[in-house]
Design a protein around this ligand. Structure first.
Ligand SMILES: *Cc1c(COP(=O)(O)O)cnc(C)c1O
Length: 336
């Protein structure tokens, strides 16, 4: 048996999703004429209480477009030091937007208004102008840790009071909502921009959406074009996104249960020194032996995973991990 726990991006489209893609009605989306793309954009915006949306190939692109829309060159943004926008987007903040980044030390990537407030620069020609705060929910490098809406409210209030924009990297926002029980539509009240990945736990092969007000999305269409992301008959891909929103949100709780079962099994082994408490579909754990040694043993037994540090391994559960695979992993972990 092979079990691929490297990432929730490894999923393949289901039969139902392929059927939806195959039968999509399409047109030239650069002309605004792809009705499936338009339907996805409207659907996603409405779910989060936002006015409009733009469909893009990747979450990196939706984040980078948002940062470009919410800043000017010479500005500064504030994010946690684990932030995907900072660590895993190739330095795009500086390259695309000419903006510097102020990093905070949150708890598992979760930052608070109290942490942000003193880091907002005063008006002074020596200082970059602070214009944006970026939150991530769930936090990838935090091991799938979540913000609740109650934690977000004071940050949104601070941003509002100090004239900053607030963007959410919601690559795994539906995992967060599944865990917290918060309502997606509330998010529209607190964020200027929300990026949602359709190709992570939701299981679409490609695609992310950026949600914001109409004026921002109109500008975002310009930036997407400049970045080379204006796609033509993209409705075949957008259809997978619509299908994912309709069929793969509710089931995320299964991925979370699977992650919890694996975490419990890891806690009962002698070769694991620590398991970061599981909130969603990501499991981080520390090993006695170096991570690459453990990864090799795992892969010999059909389990693919990745490391995030010299002695830290990451498992991610997803749509293509079935109960019998979870059982298999648990039995292998005991033997290792
Ligand atoms: C995956 C991910 C993204 C976007 O990644 P793409 O591979 O560009 O779609 C953004 N933020 C977080 C936290 C992610 O995990």
């Amino acid at each position: 048996m092979t079990v691929d726990l490297r990432s929730d991006t490894v999923t393949k489209p289901t039969a139902g999703m392929l059927e939806a893609m195959w039968s999509a009605k399409v047109g030239d989306d650069v002309f605004g004429e792809d009705e499936t793309v338009n339907a996805l954009e409207q659907k996603a915006a409405a779910m989060f209480g936002m006015e409009a949306a733009i469909y893009c190939p990747t979450g990196t692109m939706t984040n980078q477009i948002a940062i470009k829309c919410f800043t000017q060159p010479l500005d500064e943004l504030i994010a946690d030091q684990t932030a995907h926008v900072y660590r895993y987007e190739g330095g795009g903040i500086a390259f695309n937007s000419g903006v510097s980044t102020r990093l905070l030390n949150g708890y598992r990537g979760i930052i608070t208004a109290e942490m942000i407030s003193p880091e907002i620069n005063a008006e002074n020609i020596h200082y970059p102008h602070t214009s944006l705060v970026v939150l991530e929910n769930t936090v990838n490098k935090g091991g799938g840790s979540c913000y609740t809406i109650e934690q977000i409210k004071p940050i949104a209030q601070l941003c509002h009071d100090r004239g900053l924009k607030l963007h959410l990297d919601g690559a795994r926002i539906f995992n967060a909502l599944t865990h917290t029980g918060d309502n997606a539509v509330e998010y529209g009240k607190y964020f200027n921009g929300v990026s949602v990945c359709l190709s992570k736990g939701l299981g679409a092969p490609v695609g992310s959406v950026l949600l914001a007000d109409k004026a921002i999305i109109n500008y975002a269409r310009r930036i997407r074009k400049v970045l080379g992301g204006g796609m033509r008959q993209a409705g075949f891909l957008a259809a997978a996104g619509i299908y994912a929103l309709d069929h793969h949100v509710e089931r995320l709780k299964i991925d979370h249960t699977h992650a919890q079962i694996m975490a419990d099994a890891l806690l009962n082994t002698s070769w694991v020194t620590k398991v970061v408490p599981v909130e969603t579909n990501i499991i981080l754990f520390d090993t006695v032996e170096p991570a690459d040694v453990v990864l090799r043993k795992l892969v010999e037994n059909g389990i693919k995973a990745s490391s995030t540090d010299t002695h830290r391994i990451r498992f991610v559960t997803h749509l293509d991990i079935h109960p019998e695979q979870v059982e298999y992993v648990v039995s292998e972990l005991k033997k290792l």
